[in-house]
Design a protein around this ligand. Structure first.
Ligand code: SF4
Length: 250
C-alpha cells in the first residue's frame, strides 16, 4: 500500500521508452509484417553465447543462432539437432526446419515466419524462451523433463491437464529409462490429443511439446524401446549421438 504499483513484464516496460520518445509509428517501422517492434529473446541450451537479446523481429533465424552478435553458433561446433524457439510449451522442430521453412524459404525470427507451416513443420515465437539442441541431446529426456514441469505446475482444476500431464510424465519416464513399449508411443500421442483443447486455461499447451517430439523424432522414441540397456545410461546420446548410435545398433 502507498506507492503506485505497475504489474507488467520487463519487455513491455522496456518498449515504453522508445515508443514515448519516438512515437508509435516510428517504433512500428521496426520488424516485419504484423511482427512490429522489437522482442527480448532469452536464449539458452547448446549455444556459445547464452543470454537475453533484444532483436528486430525481421532478423533471419540463422543470423540469430549463428552470428557472434547473438547466440554465437552451436556449442562444441556440433551439428544443430533441434530448436524450441519460443518457450517450453511451443512445438520443438528439427534444426533444418528452424533455419528454413518446409518451402525452403529462410526462416525469420518473426511471429508469422516461425509459425509458417503450422504444427506440421513450424513452431511459434511464443514468449521468446529460445533454446537449441546439438546432436548430443536426447529429445525423449528433454520431453520428459518438460512434462515433469507441467505435471508439477498443473493446478488440478480440470482432469485432462491434472491426470494427463501425470500420465505423460510416467510414460515418458519409462521410455527414457529403458522400460518402455512400442505401444507407449501411440499411448502418449493419444493422451496429448485428449488434453489439447479440453482444458480451462492454456496450460493444456503442455500437450504440444509431446506431440511435436513424436511428430519429428519418433525414431528416437523407438530407439529407446528397442535398445533399453543402451538408454539406461543417462548420458546415452552425449557419448554417441543418436544418428551414430542408430548405425551402430541397427
Ligand atoms: S489446464 Fe489450467 S485450469 Fe486446468 S488443471 Fe491445468 S493449469 Fe489448472
Amino acid at each position: 500500500m502507498g506507492p503506485p504499483t505497475v504489474v507488467n513484464n520487463v519487455e513491455t516496460l522496456a518498449a515504453v521508452v522508445p515508443i514515448v520518445n519516438e512515437g508509435g509509428e516510428e517504433y512500428a517501422k521496426l520488424g516485419i509484417g504484423k511482427s512490429t517492434g522489437t522482442k527480448l529473446i532469452s536464449a539458452g541450451g547448446h549455444i556459445n553465447k547464452p543470454g537475453v537479446y533484444e532483436i528486430d523481429l525481421s532478423l533471419p533465424a540463422e543470423e540469430f543462432l549463428m552470428s557472434d552478435e547473438y547466440c554465437g553458433g552451436i556449442s562444441g561446433g556440433r551439428p544443430l539437432k533441434a530448436v524450441v524457439p519460443g518457450g517450453s510449451s511451443v512445438p520443438i522442430i528439427p534444426g533444418e526446419l528452424f533455419l528454413k521453412t518446409a518451402k525452403g524459404e529462410p526462416r525469420l525470427m518473426s511471429y508469422e515466419s516461425l509459425s509458417d507451416g503450422g504444427f506440421a513443420s513450424g513452431s511459434m515465437l511464443g514468449s521468446g524462451g529460445f533454446y537449441a539442441y546439438n546432436d548430443t541431446a536426447c529429445i525423449v529426456r528433454s520431453t520428459w523433463n518438460h512434462t515433469r514441469f507441467y505435471h508439477h505446475e498443473s493446478c488440478g482444476q480440470c482432469s485432462p491437464c491434472r491426470e494427463g500431464t501425470g500420465w505423460m510424465e510416467k510414460v515418458l519416464h519409462r521410455i527414457e529409462h529403458g522400460a518402455g513399449h512400442m505401444e507407449d508411443i501411440d499411448l502418449l500421442w493419444d493422451i496429448q490429443r485428449k488434453i489439447e483443447g479440453n482444458t480451462i486455461c492454456p496450460f493444456g499447451d503442455a500437450a504440444w511439446p509431446v506431440a511435436s517430439a513424436i511428430r519429428h523424432f519418433r525414431d528416437e522414441f523407438e530407439f529407446h524401446v528397442k535398445y533399453p540397456t543402451k538408454v539406461k545410461d543417462p548420458d546415452h546420446f552425449a557419448k554417441e549421438p543418436f544418428r551414430k548410435a542408430v548405425k551402430m545398433y541397427a
